[in-house]
Design a protein around this ligand. Structure first.
Ligand SMILES: NC(=O)c1ccc[n+]([C@@H]2O[C@H](COP(=O)([O-])OP(=O)(O)OC[C@H]3O[C@@H](n4cnc5c(N)ncnc54)[C@H](O)[C@@H]3O)[C@@H](O)[C@H]2O)c1
Ligand SMILES: [Zn+2]
Ligand SMILES: [Zn+2]
Length: 389
């Protein structure tokens, strides 16, 4: 203990990524105490989102490895740094990759979830001083990921990136509100503001796409069209996707030469009111746009394009009254909206259980990567300690 403050913690296990695309390695690490405006969180469980996989694969960004991935999690505050009034040891929390200072003009506006005081960036270190709170057994620093780094028994998170969560929600379900479920549900609820009776087309039926379906179902959409290419997932998925309110399924491979957009224009008699891209491929973003209705069709982009490829949207088509919007975290303001989503779960409006298809312990985290790659899982809960369930 230094001046009575928290001491560094030697963590029995963290899953460290030593190089892009390589299996994670379970290592003992040291997690420093939280500095001012930071909290140290004991992670109870975490899960794998496709954004972890995208950054894990990126070989063309040197200098960001070794790194601790993970940004969808649930945990308990272990200790707090100076100037932290909002949290105390023992608080159940979800960390979030998108921060909210609650003080800047954008945080105060209902129109944005993009904090402008601490702008979103994929930083290798902490939000305020850029340094790392992690070091390996040799004392070398390990990089952070998206301000969360939850593939570790303990992590340090800026207060802007952590939200208190109702303890009535089971840890594995609270974890989903930390990224995937909030992003998808939020995109339908807050961003598109899907009205009862409207038509929705979703490209990509992973957890994010199916969370859009869940949000659209809650908002009363009458047609929810799901597009996914993975035949194995599709077959397994049919009854599964129905649980999310998906009314029509399209596997582009089964359409032959016919474009997906043509099929959607026919199903919706002119184009879907709302189209969501939940894959991360620029070509599919264009398909989503082509599937949207003239006059008012809105395309919402949630997928993260690995190389930031530009969209190729016809400047003539956009004159026909269509619009395109992209979003981080589905327009959700973490500190205000996650508690609302938690209440929706507790009121039995939002069904979170169906997103969890697998569970493993941290030592088996590479299985979670395999399952996502093979298209077999939606969300795989990764427990730090199975007895903590
Ligand atoms: N905007 C945000 O804030 C935010 C938040 C979370 C995730 N994401 C992004 O959302 C996307 C989805 O994440 P996820 O965790 O649901 O991923 P996932 O891997 O679980 O799901 C992706 C789905 O897309 C399907 N797919 C892949 N290529 C396809 C193609 N060419 N045509 C049709 N379907 C195809 C896959 O079969 C899979 O079902 C990723 O790009 C992720 O990075 C964005
Ligand atoms: Zn995510
Ligand atoms: Zn702000």
């Amino acid at each position: 203990m230094e001046n009575g403050g928290p001491a560094p913690i030697r963590c029995k296990a963290a899953a460290v990524c030593r190089a892009a695309g390589e299996p994670l390695v379970i290592e003992e690490i040291v997690v420093d105490p939280p500095k001012a405006h930071e909290v140290r969180v004991r992670i109870i469980c975490t899960s794998l989102c496709h954004s972890d996989v995208t950054f894990w694969r990126m070989k063309d960004f040197p200098g960001i490895f070794p790194r601790i991935f993970g940004h969808e999690a649930f945990g308990v505050v272990e200790s707090v740094g100076e100037h932290v009034d909002e949290f105390a040891a023992g608080d159940p929390v979800v960390p979030t990759f998108l921060g909210q200072c609650s003080d800047c003009v954008d945080c105060k506006s209902a129109r944005s979830n993009m904090c402008s005081k601490y702008r979103f960036a994929v930083r290798p270190g902490m939000l305020r001083d850029g340094t790392s709170r992690f070091s390996d057994a040799s004392g070398n620093p390990l990089h952070h990921f998206l301000g969360v780094s939850s593939f570790s028994e303990y992590t340090v998170v800026d207060v802007n990136h952590v939200v208190k969560i109702n303890p009535a929600i089971p840890p594995s379900l609270a974890c989903l509100l930390s990224c995937g479920a909030s992003t998808g549900v939020g995109a339908a609820w807050k961003l598109a503001k899907v009205e009862p009776g409207s038509s929705v087309a979703i490209f990509g039926l992973g957890a994010v796409g199916l969370a859009v379906a869940e949000g659209a179902r809650i908002c009363g959409a009458s047609k929810i069209i799901g597009v996914d290419l993975n035949p194995e997932k599709h077959e397994l998925g049919r009854p599964f996707c129905k649980k999310f309110g998906v009314t029509h399924f399209i596997n582009p491979k089964e359409l032959g030469e016919k474009p997906v957009s043509q099929e959607i224009l026919e199903i919706t008699d002119g184009g879907a009111d709302y189209c969501f891209e939940c894959i991360g491929l620029a070509a599919l973003m264009n398909d989503a746009f082509l599937s949207s209705r003239e006059g008012w069709g809105k395309t919402i982009i949630l997928g993260v394009e690995m190389h930031g490829a530009p969209l190729s949207i016809s400047s003539h088509q956009i004159l026909h009254g269509k619009s395109v919007i992209g979003s981080l975290f589905g327009g959700v303001k973490p500190k205000e909206d996650i508690p609302i989503l938690a209440d929706k779960y507790l009121n039995k409006e939002l069904e979170l259980e169906k997103f969890i298809t697998h569970e493993v312990e941290l030592t088996d985290i590479n299985k979670a990567f395999d399952l996502l790659h093979q298209g077999k899982s939606l969300r795989c809960t990764i427990w730090m300690d199975k007895d903590a369930k």
